[in-house]
Design a protein around this ligand. Structure first.
Ligand code: DGJ
Length: 733
């Protein structure tokens, strides 16, 4: 619900349990008033402290600068008196900057419109408010868009800038949203990491000037994630207030939480202004990507459940969303580049016998020289030395073993040792005619150039048309640098990173139009591009190259803080693990991998017989729990990251009739007794059965369930919890 109180100039957006309020001062300065628990009052304009100095410009024009300097601007600009972080700026033809954006008009409508060229959330259960702000001197307009959902506690925000002047302007900053909150001792939670250590949870007190979370790599990257949550002191899984922002975008981002001298926090999020500019001719507009905002008054669980439901119901479009994905075997860590069709068919044969449902042929099947990462990217034709029968007949053979077939691509990149590069050296990003800095011996294709985008789209489509291919893994193994395009004019070079992301979206959108049932899994050197933008196109993303189950606990914990388990690609690795060298039991590797889209990434033909025999049971168990994992409510009950001993995850069905609990004992301890686990999210009044014993929900949630002592490191046990249809063994008094 969205309302406007004309008398006091106040806007209020309500979701089921939250309110978001803004107001106008002097009828033209749009400021933030409140975000948090749902309120009853409409007129919150008193929160602007209208009688305190500095007074509004109408009352004290001489101190307009002081007013702007502390005003909680809803969409701050720079260059005109606000010296804090700003959302938007331009450079005019005269080379000057600065904007003064004042309220012009607004409109409220039912529903939500898609964003041109960008992924965005959707749904019917929502209302949208558009507020138009204008700099009259420059004839420059910004339309702020807010959508309040009525079925979930989410508000989405975006901004569109329009140049209505007669001469061009260079947009030099175009962030999507800003939020002002009281600075009352908040902590900030972020997801940080590195390759193979993606999205580890970090919490710290907001101090000093604040915190910056950013990427200028052309993708979100492994190091920081386009997300943060501000937490009131003492917040944990079940209590405390949480304000979170997540960015629906797959490129450079800046998120900054800044403390000002007036006891306010300003949080902004959007495309990173570094190396960014966008030339806007008369009547041209720029659409900023969407930000998802949520507030929870019941701790991190509340935030997590909102994000999971929101992304499942309002972002992911794939027809696979509510379907169990085929249990796959991927040959990457089984063979790396060293394979041919005989080898893969022997894997497919064993996999088929064990009940595995799809073979994914990873990197190495194409071009003339893909025996190492040094060549052939860009040459999307099958390598007849490795796959002599060609793709069609290879895929037929895989299908004859009872498996579906999937294929790996890395469409955004090119090797210098490739026919594509030899034919089109100008299709590569480079500056000053320098050889671009190589990462993994590959360069980045110039996606600003329409022929490049067309060539890549058509090369992939041609392969997909040529054989029965049910799954595509879209990889991207380097960050963007050497940002120079031979195609764009001198004053458009600042557009390259954003144009790259827009082209990526266009290609994936186009392919999915032609192949709507294709199961697309995005990937970027593991999980460097695991973001809501990519989830709009692919229902799942490869979460990390690190499949060591103990390490995966922390990666899954951070990822699942925002994203549903149904979006996480999760495979059973070999032991010892190639990255950590750790040896872990096969059973543990399988159980931990069940917290996501389950698969294997090992050479099944070389697996010891007793382990191979375990696979059908693992598959049967996964098939049984998969609907719950995919659709249920996720609770992270105990974190190995915090306690350094064990980890515990629980997933409860929406109707609370079923749950699963995965207990992982990372390190064994001497002289300890069974561990009491207090379950969450059950129905207090229902009776549940676990391993043949019955308990009331309130008993399990308050007194707890005992996980009997397990001896040994790296052990895991999965407990199935089922509502019992008869009376409890210990009836209520
Ligand atoms: C990085 C991915 O994360 C891996 O799964 C694998 O596909 C390799 N690239 C192949 O080069």
């Amino acid at each position: 619900m969205i309302a406007y109180d004309e008398q006091h100039g106040v806007f209020r957006l309500d979701t089921p349990h939250t309110s978001y309020c803004m107001g106008l001062v002097d009828g033209k300065y749009l400021g933030h008033l409140y975000y948090g628990k749902k309120l009853s009052d409409m007129d919150l304009s008193y929160l602007f402290c209208p009688n305190d100095a500095p007074l509004p410009p109408s009352a004290d024009p001489a101190e307009k600068g002081s007013f702007i300097g502390c005003f909680p601007a809803e969409y701050p600009t720079s260059g005109t008196g606000d010296f804090r972080e700003s959302c938007v700026d331009v450079r005019t033809q005269k080379g000057q900057n600065g904007l003064e954006l004042l309220y012009q008009s607004h409109r409220i409508y039912q529903g939500k419109e898609p964003l041109t060229g960008l992924p965005s959330t959707f749904g019917k259960n929502c209302d949208t408010l558009e507020i138009t702000l204008r700099d009259a001197g420059l004839s420059f307009t910004v339309i702020l868009s807010y959508t309040a959902f009525t079925d979930t506690d989410v508000i989405t925000r975006t901004a569109r800038m329009v140049n209505e002047g007669t001469s061009f302007v260079m947009l030099t900053r175009a962030l999507s949203a800003s939020l002002t909150l009281p600075d009352d001792g908040m902590e900030i939670l972020t997801l940080n990491g590195a390759w193979a250590r993606e999205r580890h949870i970090e919490r710290q007190k907001l101090s000093g000037a604040g915190t910056v979370i950013e990427s200028v790599r052309g993708e979100p990257g492994h190091v920081m994630h386009p997300f943060f949550a501000l937490l009131t002191p003492g917040t944990d899984q079940t209590k405390g207030e949480v304000y979170a922002m997540n960015f629906v975008y797959s490129g450079n981002f800046l998120a900054k939480v800044q403390r000002d001298q007036y006891g306010q926090l300003r949080a902004v999020m959007g495309i990173h202004p570094q190396n960014f500019s966008w030339k806007l001719l008369q009547n041209e507009s720029f659409q900023a990507p969407e930000v998802v905002l949520t507030y929870s008054s019941c701790g991190l669980n509340g935030m997590t459940h909102t994000f999971h439901d929101f992304y499942r119901n309002h972002l992911i479009r794939s027809p696979w969303l509510h379907k169990r994905r085929p249990i796959l075997i991927n040959n990457w860590e089984a063979t790396y580049f060293d394979y041919n069709s005989d080898k893969l068919l022997s894997i497919a044969k064993e996999a088929g016998k064990a009940g595995i449902e799809m073979l994914v042929m990873d990197d190495g099947w194409f071009g003339a020289h893909r025996d190492a990462p040094t060549g052939s990217l860009g040459d999307w034709v099958v390598n007849k030395r490795k796959i002599p029968e060609g793709l069609k007949s290879f895929s037929d053979k895989v299908h004859a073993e009872g498996l579906k077939f999937g294929l790996w691509f890395e469409p955004e990149m090119v090797s210098f040792d490739s026919d594509l590069y030899r034919a089109h050296p100008d299709w590569v990003l480079r500056t000053a005619d320098r050889r671009p800095v190589m990462i993994r011996d590959q360069a980045v294709l110039d996606f600003c150039r329409p022929e490049t985008v067309e060539y890549i789209t058509e090369s992939i489509a041609k392969i997909l048309r040529s054989a029965k291919i049910e799954y595509l893994k879209w990889d991207m193994n380097r960050s963007l640098c050497d940002l120079g395009s031979a195609y764009l004019s001198q004053d458009q070079q600042g557009e390259i990173s954003h144009r790259h992301v827009l082209a990526l979206y266009r290609i994936q959108g186009k392919l999915l139009e032609e192949f709507p049932d294709l199961l697309l899994e995005n990937c970027s050197s593991g999980g460097a591009r695991f973001d809501p933008g990519m989830l709009y196109f692919s229902p799942q993303i490869w979460c990390s190259d690190n499949m060591d189950p103990m390490e995966r606990l922390m990666i899954t914990e951070g990822t699942a803080l925002i994203y549903p388990l149904s979006t996480i690609g999760s495979h059973v690795c070999k032991s010892p693990n190639d990255i950590t060298g750790r040896e872990t039991p096969f059973e543990t590797r399988a159980l931990v991998s069940m917290l996501g889209n389950f698969g294997y990434e090992l050479d099944i033909t070389r697996l010891p017989e007793e382990e191979r025999k375990m696979i059908p049971c693992q598959i049967a168990l996964y098939k049984k729990v998969a609907p719950l994992i995919r659709e249920g409510d996720y609770y992270h009950i105990a974190s190995f990251r915090e306690n350094h001993i064990y980890d515990c995850t629980e997933i409860v069905s929406k109707d609370k009739t079923k749950a699963v609990m995965l207990f992982v004992q990372v390190l064994s301890e001497a002289n300890v007794r069974g561990r009491i686990i207090r379950l969450q999210g059950l129905d207090a009044d229902k009776v549940y059965e676990i391993e043949g014993r019955r308990y009331h929900g309130d008993t399990l949630m308050n007194a707890g369930f005992v996980v009997e002592r397990i001896k040994g490191d790296f052990r895991a046990k999965l407990f199935e919890i089922q509502e019992s249809d008869s009376v409890s063994s210990s009836p209520r008094p």
